[in-house]
Design a protein around this ligand. Structure first.
Ligand code: SF4
Length: 209
């Protein structure tokens, strides 16, 4: 008999989305374990390893339980790197229960064919993402980390259609990074790069998860 699908999971919780174009919208987060990268600025290092095997059915049951007290149609699969695991059975089940599914990814694995929203965040040193995201990304987030340069913004801008926003997100809202983000925005504008904008991590300002 085939084993039911499971996913290594760190936590499931409800909170406003703190980042990107969906910022401020009520969301249920499923944080999955494991990541193929090791970014120095990572703010979810606890998700690099560990986690517990949850069946897809158990994850959906917990998401539905949370929806009863925190009504929303959105579930965000985050990590770690969620696409390092096979998300298809979970995405299908969540759709079956009437949810919309967002995936926050570093872009190194192929996109999920059924997800409603991919937030792609290419990482240093090369800021490269899988070509499948050219069509699938709804937004591109660049953490304004020390290594990020205008040439990287240019490379990322060229990898996506001009209608897909490229969001400069200061690293943990740090002052040096905010200044760098403002300067980069100005430089990008002067260089004729369209659709580049600034953002913040709202949850770190307001103190929610
Ligand atoms: S890709 Fe994301 S989760 Fe993985 S190490 Fe980098 S910042 Fe952390």
């Amino acid at each position: 008999m085939r084993r039911p699908p499971t996913l290594k999971t760190i936590e499931i919780f409800a909170s406003p989305q703190g980042e990107g174009l969906r910022q401020g919208e009520p969301t249920i987060f499923v944080r999955l374990a494991g990541c193929n990268l090791r970014c120095g600025f990572c703010d979810t290092k606890t998700a690099w390893r560990g986690g517990r095997e949850w069946s897809v059915e158990a994850i959906v049951a917990e998401v539905e339980r949370l929806r009863d007290e925190y009504p929303t149609t959105w579930v965000c699969l985050t990590g770690g790197e969620p696409l390092a695991q096979n998300l298809r059975p979970l995405v299908k089940r969540l759709h079956g229960e009437g949810f919309m599914v967002q995936i926050e990814t570093n872009g190194t694995f192929p996109p999920d064919p059924d997800a409603d929203w991919h937030s792609v965040s290419p990482k240093p040193p090369d800021f490269v993402s899988h070509p499948g995201f050219r069509k699938k990304a709804r937004e591109v987030k660049l953490v304004v980390c020390r290594p990020l340069r205008l040439d990287d913004v240019r490379t990322v801008r060229a990898a996506f259609p001009a209608t897909t926003p490229v969001i400069l997100q200061p690293e943990s809202n740090a002052q040096w990074s905010i200044k760098k983000a403002v300067d980069l925005l100005e430089d990008a504008s002067r260089a004729g790069l369209e659709g580049v904008r600034l953002s913040v991590q709202l949850h770190k300002i307001f103190g929610f998860r």
